[in-house]
Write a protein that binds this ligand. Sequence first.
Ligand code: GRF
Length: 211
Amino acid sequence: MKPELPLTKLSIVVLISGNGSNLQAILDAIAAGLPAQIKAVISDQADAYGLQRALKANIPTEIIKREDAVDNAAYNQTLLAAINKYHPELVVLSGFMRIIGSDIIKHYRGRIINIHPSLLPEYKGLHTYARALAAQEKQHGTTVHFVTDELDAGPIIAQATLDILPDDTAASLKQRTQALEHQLYPQVIRGIALGEIRLTDRGVYISGEFK
Ligand code: GRF
């Protein structure tokens, strides 16, 4: 039997604001062998449940509240400094409900990703489930993309799609979409960790192809 090559682990900082179910999916994937390590979880909300998940997994946490900064620019400077402390190779936005400052985006260009609960470019912004239902869409889904200065508009890495059922509500659609997210986000992180996915001047490179 060929000996397994030791894999270097992709170092990650995860930003959250709430439940952290995607954070949990990443933690579970790491426990199951995803070659990554979460250096820290940073939240802008002191009561984000995701902080409990991080503590349980022995991962350092930081709470950086907008109220403690004089303005958005100061907030983003503090946030950037907090992220930089951990020298992450990848910054993972996982339900972080603040707009990321351009300094952070510039610093981490090609190394910061987000997951958004719609099939982008459709339904940027909030309330994606209710809006998709109101528009009587047949399908919905989720998108992982590199983060750029334009909200929910960075280069798309991957999407997962589901059929909307006749009796779907925003809650049921959210539940099924998040189940897809919990598969998709760790898959993308794995691709980045293995060097199979990256942002290039020609667009998103995925396993030998440009999207
Ligand atoms: C996810 O559905 C993600 O698409 C959106 O925010 C939600 C966060 O959920 N950006 P959780 O905190 O990971 O449970």
